[in-house]
Write a protein that binds this ligand. Sequence first.
Ligand code: HDE
Length: 709
Amino acid sequence: MANPKDPQQDKKTENLAPHTADNADQLLTTNQGLRINDNQHSLKAGERGPSLLEDFILREKITHFDHERIPERVVHARGSGAHGYFQVYEPMGKYTKAGFLNDPSRKTPVFVRFSTVAGSRGSTDLARDARGFAVKFYTDEGNYDLVGNNIPVFFIQDAMKFPDFVHAVKPEPHHEMPQAASAHDTFWDFISLMPESMHMIMWVMSDRAIPRSYRMMEGFGVHTFRFINEAGQSHFVKFHWKPLLGVHAVAWDEALKISGKDPDFHRRDLWNAIESGAFPEYELGVQIVPEEDEHKFPFDLLDPTKIIPEEVVPVQRIGRMVLNRNPDNFFAETEQVAFHPGHLVPGIDFSNDPLLQGRLFSYLDTQLSRLGSPNFHEIPINRPVAPLHNNQRDGHMRQTINRGGTSYEPNTLGGGCPFQAKMADGGFTSHQERVEGHKVRARSRSFFDHFSQAALFYHSQSAPEKTHIVNALRFELGKVTVTDIRIRMLGLLNQVDTSLAAQVAAGLGLEVPATPEQPVNHSIPADGDPEQFQPFTVAQQVTASAALSMAHTVKNTIKSRQIAFLLANGVAAEEVDKMKTALERQGAVVQLVAPHLGAITTDTDKVLEADQSFLTTGSVLFDAVYIPGGAAGTAQLQTHPDALHFIREACRHCKAIAVTGAGATVLEAAFIPPADDPGIITDGHPEAFIAAIAQHRCWDRESQRSIPA
Ligand code: HDE
């Protein structure tokens, strides 16, 4: 019988990993299995005497506690994980022989870890940052890790620059400030000398860097990879994850406030969605490029600062991932999971992207220092489901008890086992790409167009999205204390788009410098010829790409959206019921927010229970607000400063607001005059409210109405 006091233990008893432990109905023991009689007192010489060194029970407990922490990840320290499965729609044998991409009946288990990049393990979820989107597929042919981000490009083109980049974005070394933020001198100093980062800068200054939810962001493999089919034929491939709920973001002011109200906002959102059965779903997309087309693009396929526009090579959706189970234990699973782009299966291979090539070294190395042993693959979350046999032995914390007298190959004493696998038996072989060249520290000239795709991204944004980018740059560069850095950045931005640079400059009270005065490119070797490193621009195949703007995303569902009902004693019960039923039928989550917790009386006999008070929550934690009628209730809200702030803030953040009956008087009290605003539903029609919430935000409100929060 499970312990009724621990709902987490009560939940799942099937399909547990071999080392899963729970305490239900068990006696307390030491790590050696000795039953403990007193877990309250250390062993002392007399009741008031000194503690005794012989207290092995105390020493075991404290020693274990002292060693509870492992080093957090150098980057992507802050993360949240979930279990689920992946299923391919149709066999992909034409392109890849990977088993899990060929059998539509197979549900391949996955573990996904979402993360921010720059902050420490305890930092806020809502930092302006790229998000990690790492997926471990436990396939029958071994573990395959697709270790991607929610942004399809990266800051740098060569692994050699990664430690510099990370040092620049991390808190500054002398005073360790600021936490989880790029808005500081060292980051922008580095970026202003690194023109190749300009495309990524457009993405991280856009709202993509402040997602509404992990469930509402895309994922990208970033690098070009290869698919290899049974015949050994290679196609280049770019990986995408497309969230079925669409791609949505919060407002920057909102992100800052969420960081205070609930720094676990994304973690909680993911956890609650899965607990409530609203399982996050993503489709796996691929852009496939035949080998012979490698050089048909105005950029280099090996350059990780470039995308292939979807209008040029469409994304084929080839399968679906469902996240349907929360981890049992954060440390054992989310913290100890070890991803590595080098965890491959037959049918998938690398390209020569120099960033990817560097990563192939880094991830194995980092696990050794973080998890402390080459046996990290034995930790339950990292174990393959495919059988594992080799002659690797021993090391810290080895769990496997290898039997037999031989641990080498070839051998006769062990009957030759384990045997090498023929290709027909799934043996992995690297794609036999022909490679020849001089041994050089160099970069191909084909990597040197740093601005065309930055411009493509900027030009593809809707008007509100462009404004957000301008404001993000004004904010970030406004936090920079060295004017020269700001000016260098304006010079770079000017090469992306002159109006962008002019608007940012206006916010900083500076002039855009004339481009020729700008330093060419500081990321050159000591003896490099600056002329050789001069960036150039090449016309792209498209001048705008709809897929790059969130304005064109999925907007037909309110599933799992959080709706606040603001109410006080005397609220109209029938109006609450009607709206709640309509929203919940569409999968939204309603919370009653009132001046106090506990019972809320209504205009009928019915008594409601408040889920939150104005003290325990805030508008920034919701997607939309509804104010029901009822004269007595609305009279209280009209004079309640927190209620009025709640409504005005929701309005400022462009959220859908609906009122019924006397609810309109609260809107008036909040100084929100009626206007032609599709996000404010004054006739209380649930259908209209649902349609407005599905739009996610009414971003045009920002430029059309000036409602202070
Ligand atoms: Fe990573 N990266 N990275 N990275 N990365 C790590 O590995 C590294 C890069 C990404 O949830 C580390 O286990 C180098 C690009 C994700 O556990 C480390 C370079 C992309 C995660 C590391 C890159 C990523 C990491 C830190 C440049 C997008 C979190 C801890 C050559 C495609 C995985 C760890 C998780 C984590 C190195 C660039 C994605 C230090 C050297 C580009 C999602 O090994």
